[in-house]
Design a protein around this ligand. Structure first.
Ligand SMILES: [Zn+2]
Length: 319
């Protein structure tokens, strides 16, 4: 790591842009955020992103020539080498040359990465994986994404697709996934999948408690967790099933990657033991006689900061 220069991370999300300036130890010296307001168009969003960068420089009292670069985390698919965001449906972006635009504006090295990959990088350098070199990161939220970190760096693969753990197929003829396949992990164990099954269960009259908790609204994974903690058999089984498949997916990934640690983040990971117990049990059942059975499976530590810190580490970890 470069010991003198600073790095800036910009986390471009569907609702919020978060930006931070960190030193080579990962300490945050300045931070800011604003709403994305993607409906106003690409140029307006870019202007807002530029402004957050200028704001953190000003706040930290650091000149542009003192920073080692700017790391940007964006929804994908994207090309991390050219910095082109091929498509970000949440933002309405298509083929935006994000890297080049930032380079023209700031004349410093610009690094662009997929948000889940950067979250993995953040956890490796500043979060749960601080003391390991390689880890597998999974984010379980509306979808399931991931990042593979090897020797402290993101493994992007040859098409920037490595780490798309949500689309490994764990159930033949399972539920249809947004990607077009059936039985993907994301179609079974994501927050969206759990909400879908909860809604169907309520419609069948299988869980009066969940129906009561959801009221006039839609059920979500958090409510299913609440019902499970209150002894609701339907909710308990729904989560057990979903996270058993998550565990099976992780068994396969452990066999392929042999990481030092598995870190699970994203909103659904806040179900804590309701998620981690079945996952760890399935891993033990299937890998109990292998060293892989002892690989720690832990909760992410950086919370909502994971994106912006990961983006900033993309700069610092290159230097
Ligand atoms: Zn899929």
């Amino acid at each position: 790591m470069n010991t003198q220069k600073y790095g800036i991370g910009v986390d471009l999300g569907g609702t919020k842009i978060a930006t931070a300036l960190i030193d080579s130890e990962g300490r945050v010296l300045a931070r800011t955020s604003c709403l994305t307001e993607a409906q106003e168009g690409v140029e307006k969003v870019l202007e807002r992103m530029y402004k957050t960068v200028e704001d953190v420089l000003l706040e930290a009292g650091i000149e542009l020539n003192e920073i080692a670069g700017i790391g940007i985390g964006s929804p994908g698919p994207l090309d991390s080498k050219t910095g082109i965001v091929h498509s970000a449906p949440n933002l309405g972006w298509k083929n935006v040359p994000l890297g080049d635009l930032f380079r023209q504006r700031f004349q410093v090295p610009i690094y662009v990465g997929n948000d889940a990959n950067l979250a993995g990088l953040g956890e490796k350098w500043l979060g749960a994986g601080k003391n390991v070199g390689s880890l597998l990161y999974l984010t379980v939220s509306t979808g399931i994404g991931g990042g593979i970190i090897i020797d402290g760096k993101i493994h992007t693969g040859s098409h920037d697709i490595a780490g798309e753990v949500g689309h490994i197929i764990v159930k033949r003829d399972g539920p249809l996934c947004g990607c077009g396949s059936r039985g993907c992990l994301e179609a079974i164990a994501s927050g969206t999948a759990i909400a879908r099954e909860a809604k169907a269960g309520i419609a069948r009259g299988e869980s009066p408690l969940l129906a009561k908790l959801a009221g006039d609204g839609e059920p979500n994974a958090k409510l299913v967790g609440e019902a499970a903690r209150n002894g609701d058999p339907f909710s308990t089984k729904l989560l057990e099933d979903a996270f058993t498949y998550l565990g099976l997916g992780i068994v396969s990934l452990l066999n392929v990657l042999d990481p030092e640690m598995v870190v699970i983040g994203g909103g659904v990971s806040n179900l804590d033991d309701l998620l981690f117990d079945p996952v760890r049990r399935v891993v033990k059942e299937n890998l109990g006689t292998s060293p892989l059975g002892d690989v720690p499976i832990v909760k992410a530590e950086l919370g909502a900061d994971v994106g912006v810190l990961g983006a900033a580490m993309l700069v610092v970890a290159q230097n």
